[in-house]
Design a protein around this ligand. Sequence first.
Ligand code: PMM
Length: 285
Amino acid sequence: MFHPQGLPQSLAVLDRTLVMGVLNVTPDSFSDGGLFEDTQTAIAHGRFMAANGADIVDVGGESTRPGSARISQDEELARVIPVIESLVNDGIVVSIDTMRSEVARASVSAGAAIINDISGGKADSQMLPFVAQLDMPFILMHWRGHSDVMTQLTDYNDVAADVVRELADQVGVAVNAGVDRNRIVVDPGIGFAKTTQQNWPLLQELDVIDELELPVLWGASRKKFLGELLADSNGELRDMTGREAATTALTTYFALAGAWAVRVHDVRSSRDAVDVVERLSREHD
Ligand code: PMM
């Protein structure tokens, strides 16, 4: 298992897959839309996830649901900063899920310890130079374009090989911009510029990504490809919360494959799965 450098000591010492809890402070996110819009509700949910085993709480203010439009930077800042300040004040490790360098900058000032950029530095030319100045992990996801166009960006020859090659290229861009390779975490970006069916070969060939010799984060929680897999006989997609057992199954799969972290909505079930895998990996007494 690979670990990024620059992690807070409390996480750096752990020898298991980490659980990152999703905290979308957005009125329109596809999985918890509207529920955590209110700052106090968001803070309470972040605390709840930490109490239930989240190692990291991933705070995001911008929905990346397929087809969604962008919000202004001021709106994004207003959503995430008070939540980050409050959770950090409680001693919770927070990552900031943003494509904007200015939001990343303000979040780091507010105490965020990890940058999670779903565009891997592609959306904002100032992101990589900013990250290069930091001493914290940078999550670089496979990304081909913004949510309003990503469903048209799904041409691949070989999904797993192409995603890993494009990730390698972007890691190279980041390193050229001065980002320390030892601080990079890669993420294949389940559901981003991929049809629902294209997620499966990516998951089936998950060891292809090990070629990069970098820590890996997987974000498959409650995504549409699971809703489709579990659809009823009328073709009605399984609802969000009904995708939880399937998400936990994937967490087990990722943990067995040595993933650095999983990004999930229901923290308790994934943490239980990770703890089982960790116990199984110990030497016999
Ligand atoms: N998925 C979403 C948002 N941020 N970040 C990373 N690193 N990886 C992901 O897969 C990812 C992400 C969209 O899902 P959500 O709306 O359930 O948060």
